[in-house]
Design a binder for this molecule. Structure first.
Ligand code: KG4
Ligand code: ZN
Length: 347
């Protein structure tokens, strides 16, 4: 079954063709990052307008790369939740029009669940159950327990900023570019991760059963270290090359400490056999290495997505859409865009 996937939930306009949930025949991603750079974050109205302009050419390109015509598509899978409402609507309306015109079924896909699927889609078989999925992106920071490959229970999430949002905001404080995640990742390799002892971004560090995160405190701690505010000696840290590298490395280390420790606690509590990582921050080299080492030490299977499946893409949407369709059949053409809340499974 050849599935056309459409993804427009945030700032990537993407279309892909995936056969039987895993064989990627075409994977087209058009990033809007240049449009949002000057604002150092995604501007929803700009995002929706750009999706509107770019989506049809992107869909056409995906079909062309797979040497397919619209009637060769067997199923249309579209991200319909969660995300920016205007951005989602563009994808959902386009997918419905395609499905109606070509006479094909349509299925709505949960974006966050698709990030978890991205880690094992190339393998075809799911990780051993139960498994824990840690999804870390610009908009989401969630821990799920999976007793089934395609349905999940949320067991932890962020109370404020998402992990990727914190990377982007700290990069802005350090006067670096946008998006900040990849830049911090690169600079941190040359910095001292122990120089500034930032606290891990855990909402309730004293409660081992609490699996929630709080990234805004970590971001503020970096800001205070730069400005000298709230410190006893009120000494600012000038943003010279060495300090920027050490601040980047120390921030990243604290962020990774918090994410890895909560994931391991979640795995222990759930008697999990595997850990799955997903989302834009899954590209972070330190997070990948620390999580892989920690899982290996504990005998846990770890699934890390390929680098091109970490940030938003439509291959993961087409892939998960195939399984959703097999599990519950098609959605009706009144399928809605749902901006908030991710159930990790069915709409
Ligand atoms: O999954 P994604 O494309 O969009 C959302 O669904 O939100 O994630 C984008 C986020 C950005 O915040 C970006 O800074 C972050 O992923 N990111 C990284 C890295 N690459 C991208 N964060 C840390 N390290 C990276 N190497
Ligand atoms: Zn995403």
């Amino acid at each position: 079954m050849r599935v056309l996937g459409i993804e427009t939930s945030c700032d990537e306009t993407a279309a892909a063709i995936v056969a039987d949930g895993r064989e990627v025949l075409a994977d087209v991603v058009k990033s809007q990052v240049d449009l949002h750079r000057e604002y150092r974050g995604v501007v929803p109205e700009i995002a929706s307008r750009s999706h509107l302009e770019v989506l049809l050419p992107v869909v056409r390109e995906a079909l062309a790369r797979a040497s397919m015509q619209p009637h060769d598509v067997d199923l249309v899978a579209v991200t319909n939740r969660p995300g920016l409402v205007g951005a989602l609507i563009v994808g959902v309306a386009t997918a419905k029009a395609f499905a109606l015109a070509a006479g094909k079924p349509i299925v709505g896909v949960d974006h966050v669940a698709a990030h978890a699927y991205a880690a094992w889609m190339d393998e075809g078989s799911p990780p051993p159950l139960p498994f824990i999925a840690l999804i870390v992106s610009g908009g989401h920071t969630v821990l799920y327990r999976h007793d089934d490959p395609f349905t999940s229970t949320e067991i932890g999430s962020t109370c404020d900023d998402a992990a990727g949002e914190a990377f982007d905001k700290v990069a802005a404080l350090l006067q670096l570019g946008y998006p900040g995640g990849p830049i911090i990742d690169r600079l941190a390799k040359e910095g001292d991760p122990r120089r500034f002892a930032f606290k891990p971004p855990l909402a309730n560090p004293r409660d081992p059963d609490d699996l929630d995160f709080s990234f805004s405190g970590l971001k503020t701690a970096v800001r205070y270290k730069i400005t000298g505010e709230n410190s006893r000696d009120a000494t600012p840290t000038p943003l010279d090359e060495k300090n920027v590298r050490d601040l980047a490395a120390s921030f990243q280390e604290a962020a990774v400490d918090g994410l890895v420790s909560a994931t391991l606690r979640a795995a222990e509590r759930s008697n999990a056999r595997a850990v799955v990582l997903g989302g834009g921050c899954a590209a972070n080299s330190r997070l990948r290495a620390r999580l892989a080492d920690a899982c290996a030490e504990r005998g846990l299977v770890v699934k890390l997505p390929r680098m091109n499946r970490c940030t938003d893409n439509a291959a993961m949407i087409a892939g998960l859409g195939f399984h959703e369709f097999r599990r519950r059949g098609a959605d009706a053409l009144d399928l809605d865009a749902v901006p908030t809340g991710s159930d990790g499974a069915t709409p």
